[in-house]
Design a protein around this ligand. Structure first.
Ligand code: AMP
Length: 586
């Protein structure tokens, strides 16, 4: 397939906000794609060279990319820099430069998707001496052979930000429309949540139809999407929802880890499917002697601890471990962690995801010998409200943030990638202020005044509307930032800056700066109110009103484990609003 056809489809997708239209355009694209090309088409649409868990990044610094654009077009470097500063979008810089191209050459090669993909793959693999030159040459050649539209999307692929506004679920919808029936969509979703690789799912569908997905199974070394929880406001309601009896587990506050163990070793993945094995050599070291079987996939929470007192420390401490690739030894020593295991998805050749909770817990108990550093999640199984309440108070007394109730039903399966009523969380915060902290995405910012002059004064925060695939503003966040965070904000937000609101952001407010929805912060507010200026759940509670958070405070936690689409959803906000309204009426 010509890369131009793909780039032109991207252009059309970018121009619409409507999810259904995007799905139709993608479905048309897929129907014109050959079986041999479907994988590449899906990867390039996602702006990726491989599934997330493989951790393959193109690794081109933005300065090198600008230089390559210059080499290919000979447009004044100052002009290129100017466009970059104004727009912050390498795609638009490349588009403009290629449109103005001074160098005309007879030797341009028509780009097809394989050439583009292979060149980018070569760039990503280049390492060692001479690699910068090689990357530069390959990239300049791509830009040299590009039309302006092609150049736009090649440039955007470099940092994986295609700006198409496409959620994975839209690609899944399009795959289902093209290769399956409406009823079979759930199977496509299941396949994706199990293998975490949309291109693989697409290839199987194109090759063998819906039955091709039967080949997908849980594999050690390939992370599954994490199962998620619902929430309810009281323990009696939880017990009732879970048929009168359930397991209450300690809710540990740390970093969720999916550990894959087999003969070749141990690999660790986060909830975002990032392979963090090299960042947590201590977990690898402590898991090896605790595991008694041959191979497994188990899940748990890695929690920072004070090794002298055994006390669990605040979650932020573990985030200080992240990204410390260079001073690893000192980080391991300074911020030690323990692992609390709560699920067993696979053990010695058997997939347990489609078995009930009690069985998975039994398997976990059978394959783990507890040590000082590796423990099983604490659990109480009961049908008694009072005992459950006492357990909850006990957890809080120990500094825990709450409990997770787990269904004991026959069908209490591990539902990869979905939020469901098999797990229900209940946190301390329900008893105070707003019913819970929420995780909101930064979509914009306002210039600072007074002490904050020259920096950002407040951030415009949004929830994720999962049905529409949009981000909806809910509050202006200005408190809870310490000086260190205030100073760090501009640099942190710079790579995400854009010159107008992202098309998936619904905002009635005019911010001074806009960002690609990327960074998620934990926020607590005094209460949820109705507001005509925020778009979260607009018109759903009251006409022309959305939901807003009064007196929001940043809780000091950047949710590095959450992407923008993992932020608190609009639906969850509505549920919290309902909880709050009911409580007020008691
Ligand atoms: P939240 O991030 O507030 O939605 O809470 C869900 C998270 O709690 C999960 O993704 C896990 O990382 C974490 N967690 C802590 N303890 C447990 C447990 N016993 N069972 C399941 N998840 C747990």
């Amino acid at each position: 397939m010509d890369y131009l056809s793909l780039a032109e489809t991207f252009e059309k997708i970018e121009a619409t906000r409507k999810r259904l239209e995007m799905t139709d355009m993608l479905a048309e694209l897929f129907s014109q794609t050959s079986i041999n090309e479907i994988e590449i088409v899906i990867r390039l649409t996602q702006g990726k060279l491989a599934p997330d868990f493989e951790g393959i990044e193109i690794g081109i610094a933005e300065t090198l990319a600008r230089k390559a654009i210059y080499e290919a077009t000979r447009v004044d470097e100052k002009k290129i820099l100017e466009w970059w500063i104004k727009d912050g979008d390498l795609g638009s810089v490349a588009f403009q430069a290629v449109s103005m191209k001074k160098q005309t050459s007879l030797f341009t090669e028509k780009l097809n998707i394989a050439i583009v993909f292979d060149s980018l793959l070569q760039i990503s693999k280049a390492s060692g001496s001479g690699s910068q030159d090689l990357k530069m040459k390959l990239l300049a050649k791509l830009f040299h052979d590009s039309t302006p539209t092609e150049a736009r999307y090649i440039a955007r692929t470099l940092n994986g930000k295609m700006r198409l506004g496409l959620a994975d679920m839209t690609i899944i919808d399009a795959l289902a429309v093209t290769y399956a029936t409406k009823e079979e969509r759930d199977k496509v979703v299941w396949a994706y949540n199990t293998c975490s690789d949309l291109a693989r799912v697409g290839k199987l569908l194109a090759e063998k139809g819906i039955n091709g997905l039967d080949e997908i199974e849980l594999e050690v070394g390939v992370p599954l999407k994490a199962m998620l929880c619902e929430r309810l406001p009281s323990i009696p309601e939880i017990i009732e929802k879970l048929d009168g009896k359930c397991a209450f587990e300690y809710k540990y506050d740390g970093l969720r880890i999916q550990a894959h163990i087999n003969k070749s070793g141990i690999e660790l993945f986060t909830r975002q499917l990032e392979n963090v094995t090299s960042q947590f050599p201590d977990i690898v070291e402590m898991l090896a002697p605790a595991f008694k079987g041959q191979e497994c996939v188990i899940e748990g929470e890695c929690v920072p601890v004070d090794i002298n007192t055994g006390e669990m420390l605040p979650f932020q401490t573990v985030s200080r471990r992240r990204g410390r690739k260079h001073e690893l030894d000192s980080a391991v020593e300074e911020f030690p962690v323990n692992l609390f295991l709560f699920d067993c998805l696979y053990l010695d050749g058997q997939d347990f995801t489609q078995t009930p909770y009690t069985n998975r817990r039994k398997m976990l108990e059978s394959c783990i010998t507890e040590t000082d550093r590796v423990k099983l999640a604490d659990v109480l199984i009961t049908d008694d409200f009072e005992k459950a309440e006492e357990y909850f108070q006990n957890v809080i007394g120990k500094g825990g943030e709450g409990i997770i109730a787990k269904s004991l039903a026959e069908d209490s399966y591990y539902r990869a990638g979905s939020r469901g009523w098999n797990w229900i969380k209940f946190k301390r915060d329900y008893k105070t202020e707003m019913a819970d902290t929420v995780d909101l995405v930064i979509v914009g910012a306002f210039s600072g005044k007074g002490k904050r002059a020259g920096g950002y004064g407040a951030l415009l925060m949004a929830t994720y509307n999962a049905d529409e695939g949009h981000f909806e503003t809910i509050t202006k966040l200005g408190s809870g930032f310490d000086d260190e965070m205030l100073a760090a904000l501009p640099e942190m937000l710079e790579p995400h800056k854009i010159n107008k609101p992202n098309k998936l952001v619904n905002s009635k407010m005019q911010a001074d700066y806009w960002f690609e929805p990327s960074i998620v912060l934990e926020v607590r507010g005094a209460e949820i109110t109705l507001s005509p200026i925020h778009t979260c759940a607009m018109n759903l509670v009251k006409e022309n009103y959305g939901l807003a958070i009064r007196f929001p405070r940043y809780m000091g936690i950047i949710r590095q484990d959450k992407g923008p689409e993992d932020a608190t959803t609009t639906e969850e906000m509505l549920a919290l609003y309902e909880i709050q309204s009911n409580r007020g009426g008691e």
